[in-house]
Design a protein around this ligand. Structure first.
Ligand SMILES: [Zn+2]
Length: 168
């Protein structure tokens, strides 16, 4: 799979603060929720050249990341937004035009769960929200390509290395 996991207790446990799973999400689950949301946005067309991205793997292969994803709600300090501004990940189509994936259409309860997780994880890891979202994006892409069994398209071995620390 290209990933190495050291798992003393639970093979799904990534967070030191959510190891009991009670209402909280763990990293892979969070990425899975994001991936499920993003997959509903396809097929999706480039607004400039009208190229259609059939699905998420097609989009991953035929666009390039531009910068880090941004959560405008987190930037505004609103971790439970009733009217979310949104979270955006910008990419470049092969035509050079930018295309975006965003959080619009995500159920509020799901968004709030993810934002609560992002808030606790960024504090625990000492990273910015955008740095955390880069990790989520990498995991979403790994999952999307793995689901299709596209072994040749996966991230190089060693790129996703995770050591699980379970507090109990
Ligand atoms: Zn295009």
């Amino acid at each position: 799979m290209g990933s190495v996991r050291v798992t003393p207790r639970h093979d799904w446990c990534f967070s030191q603060t959510s190891c009991d799973r009670r209402g909280l999400v763990v990293f892979d689950e969070a990425a899975g929720l994001v991936r499920a949301h993003i997959e509903r946005k396809f097929p999706k067309a480039c607004g400039m050249c009208a190229r259609v991205f059939l699905d998420l793997p097609d989009y991953i292969r035929n666009t390039r990341h531009v910068g880090q994803p941004v959560s405008y709600d987190a930037a505004l300090g609103d971790w439970k937004p009733k009217e979310p501004v949104g979270t955006f990940a910008i990419a470049l189509c092969r035509c050079g035009s930018s295309v975006a994936i965003d959080s619009s259409g995500m159920p509020l309860l799901t968004l709030w769960r993810l934002m609560r997780f992002a808030r606790s994880e960024t504090r625990r890891r000492g990273v910015t929200v955008s740095e955390f979202l880069v990790d989520i994006r990498a995991e979403v892409e790994r999952q999307a390509l793995a689901v299709r069994g596209d072994a040749g398209e996966r991230a190089p071995a060693g790129e996703v290395v995770r050591v699980t620390i379970c507090p109990r």
